[in-house]
Design a protein around this ligand. Structure first.
Ligand code: DX5
Ligand code: ZN
Length: 220
């Protein structure tokens, strides 16, 4: 079994054919579903909310990785647990009491993730890295699919990997935004464990084959 994971972002799916696209991910070599929840406050865009996640959950047969781009996410932790989320990722920039949020996520039976905007230094996570199951490094500014990858991300992955090792933590690194076949291998070489891919997968001619090729390229 390979250990580097692909998480297609449903944000880039065809919402009028959502069940078809969820089934595509089910039968593909993808590992996780990546679900982007945006509130129009933390980010300048609104994606979808609970009813849509409920519909996805009903058909999804793989791990559900929920990325909350919302202010004050503590308000909804229980609801996301009840909807079948396996990983709940909150933004560092959206949490006043990050440690408390992480505890609450775990108390609700989910793995706890923290996302960092491109401008946020990884060092800020040192004091709670042992409580974080996954750090999601944003490689674009959150809010939209289809943006260009920010090159500085490679350096941030290396810094974060060093921090994780120094602190003896068991924390995965996820990269979110602008992932394609052009940067996937280098991201893994720098220390990434999970690659989110939205438009690169769903806008391709054959999404299932695109997932297969991406997965093979990072697990040689
Ligand atoms: C951006 C979202 C991403 C987005 C990635 O705010 O967090 O998950 O869907 O889309 P692509 O892969 O198209 O950059
Ligand atoms: Zn995301």
């Amino acid at each position: 079994m390979s250990d580097k994971l692909i998480a297609p972002s449903i944000l880039a799916a065809d919402f009028a054919n959502l069940q078809r696209d969820v089934e595509m991910v089910n039968t593909s070599q993808a590992d996780w579903f990546h679900i982007d929840i945006m509130d129009g406050v933390f980010v300048p865009n609104i994606s979808f909310g609970m009813p849509v996640l409920k519909a996805i959950s009903k058909h999804a047969k793989k791990f559900i990785d929920v990325h909350l781009m919302i202010v004050d996410p503590d308000r909804y932790i229980k609801e996301f647990a009840d909807l079948g989320s396996n990983m709940l990722t909150v933004h560092y920039e959206a949490c006043t009491h990050l440690h408390r949020s992480l505890q609450s996520i775990k108390n609700h039976g989910m793995q706890a993730g923290v996302a960092l905007n491109p401008h946020t230094n990884v060092e800020l996570l040192r004091d709670c890295i042992n409580d974080i199951d996954m750090v999601c490094l944003m490689s674009v500014n959150p809010g939209f699919g289809g943006q260009h990858f920010i090159e500085r991300t490679y350096e941030k992955i290396k810094q974060l990997k060093t921090l994780i090792l120094e602190e003896g933590a068991d924390t995965k690194i996820e990269i979110d935004g602008g992932v394609t076949d052009k940067n996937a291998e280098k991201l893994i070489a720098c220390g990434a464990d999970v690659l989110v891919a939205g438009s690169y997968v769903f806008k391709s001619d054959d999404p299932e084959e695109t997932i297969l090729n991406l997965k093979n390229s990072i697990n040689k």
